[in-house]
Design a protein around this ligand. Structure first.
Ligand code: SF4
Length: 448
């Protein structure tokens, strides 16, 4: 009987894309995916370590499966992702039932690592490696939208962030490899691609070659031009941008290229320049504001989302207020907020001006209140409008409805038959707006 596997993913889109590739490898090894983890013969946790609570969650899951393994020694337990990279051997000491601990750079080497496990070894793969070009056939969660990695790792040194330590230095994929993957996706019927990178604006810096005026030969803006005309792909999105490297050239290109959706995810983290310096972010709130103004100059209706941290070591009430003022002034469509969480191996975790959990919780609650008010206000602009929506799935809560997203990345629900509409881009008249999603009625084109 073929062996069955289950993958649980924690964290960001990069992890989701890695999980799809690892699942594809297991499919290729003859495993079968099961929804119910307790029916699986191989359990894989693809982990996150961006904040402490992400780690706690993994250990609670692992505890249960370790008990199962004590009853069933044939169960294979794998921990992958950023927490695996950070903890390495220590994880084996905490959970001796584990068979494989592998960092994110090894995602597309899962099969060869499992071969070592099946020879009776307990394997830890966390040494930095050059990520081999991807030949896996990812098991994608959607048949309409797809993640495509363009650059792995990050060379920045934001003082709160674990990513460079766990995902390694920047490694850009070649434009040819990315074009080949997207061409295949277009032929398979995918309609939308999200290009992924921790710091996507750094794309190409590590690739050889430069232009006569000394620019990098390969930049993210150039890549957008190279992938734009791929047949079958109707929409292109990308994440995550970095204000330090965000250029008007990129903004102009996004405005000119019809397939590039008018949604930008540009984390600012704090609205206070002293804090931005302490975070080693490399820009000021003034520069951030200019970027948003420039985007809105070219695309007045563009959707802007971001990430913000409150309670960073030493943050005063006044500095927190500067974050609130920036949020108030810009008006975000979506803002991911978090209280600062000291992470192992990051400079800020060692500083002695840490704030109390009460102060952090209070500031987070105040910011979230403002964010909800803003999102509600920003959503009003959609009322009564005709929006282009790419249908991605049935509404899990109401089978008479389907759901998809606008070009501005707004989740939209409307009555429709998923068998007829899946993968179709339709026009929807928006009749209901909520802070983070919309509802409406499909507008059936009048055939003349
Ligand atoms: S840019 Fe900064 S916050 Fe983003 S992944 Fe890199 S180090 Fe972390």
């Amino acid at each position: 009987m073929s062996r069955r596997y289950h993958v649980t993913t924690f964290g960001c889109q990069m992890n989701k894309a890695d999980s799809e590739r690892m699942a594809g490898i297991l499919d290729g090894m003859g495993y079968t995916f099961v929804e119910e983890p307790n029916e699986a013969d191989l359990i894989l946790y693809n982990t996150c370590t961006i904040r402490e609570n992400a780690e706690h969650k993994v250990y609670s899951y692992l505890g249960k499966q370790a008990k199962r393994k004590q009853q069933n020694p044939n169960l294979t337990l794998v921990v992958a992702g950023c927490m695996a990279q950070q903890e390495g051997e220590q994880l084996l000491r905490r959970v001796p039932e584990l068979d494989l601990v592998m960092g994110p750079q090894y995602a597309n080497q899962l099969d060869s690592l499992l071969e070592q496990v099946f020879q009776g070894n307990q394997v830890v793969a966390t040494e930095p490696v050059h990520i081999l070009e991807d030949i896996t056939k990812p098991r994608r969660d959607s048949t309409v939208t797809a993640w495509v990695n363009v650059i792995y790792g990050c060379n920045e040194r934001c003082t709160y962030c674990v990513v460079p330590g766990v995902r390694g230095t920047e490694q850009s994929r070649t434009p040819e490899a990315i074009v080949a993957e997207m061409t295949a996706l277009g032929q398979q019927g995918f309609k939308e691609v999200t290009l992924l990178g921790q710091n996507i604006d750094a794309y190409g810096r590590d690739l050889p070659g430069s232009t006569s005026d000394g620019r990098h030969l390969h930049t993210f803006t150039d890549l957008l031009h190279q992938v734009h005309d791929i047949e079958g792909i109707d929409r292109i999105r990308f994440a995550t941008s970095h204000p330090r490297y965000f250029t008007e050239r990129l903004i102009k290109t996004c405005a000119e290229l019809p397939k590039v959706c008018e949604h930008f995810h540009i984390p600012f983290q704090s609205g206070d320049n002293e804090l931005l310096k302490a975070m080693s972010r490399g820009y000021t709130h003034e520069k951030y504001r200019r970027i948003i103004e420039t985007i809105r100059g070219y695309m007045p209706d563009a959707s802007i989302s971001a990430d913000a941290i409150v309670g960073f070591p030493g943050e005063t009430e006044e500095q927190f207020e500067n974050t609130m003022i920036l949020v108030q002034d810009i008006g975000f469509d979506m803002l991911n907020t978090a209280a600062y969480s000291p992470r192992p191996g990051t400079p800020a975790a060692l500083w002695d001006n840490q704030l109390s959990e009460e102060v952090k919780a209070d500031r987070l609650q105040r910011l979230n209140h403002l964010v909800a008010q803003q999102a509600e206000a920003r959503s009003q602009r959609y009322a009564g409008r005709l929006e282009e929506v790419l249908v991605e799935a049935q509404n899990a809560k109401d089978p008479t409805q389907v759901m998809g997203r606008t070009r501005g990345n707004r989740l939209t629900f409307f009555t429709g038959n998923i068998d007829e509409l899946l993968g179709q881009t339709v026009t929807v008249r928006i009749s209901q707006v909520r802070p983070f999603s919309l509802s409406g009625e499909i507008v059936v084109p009048v055939l003349v």
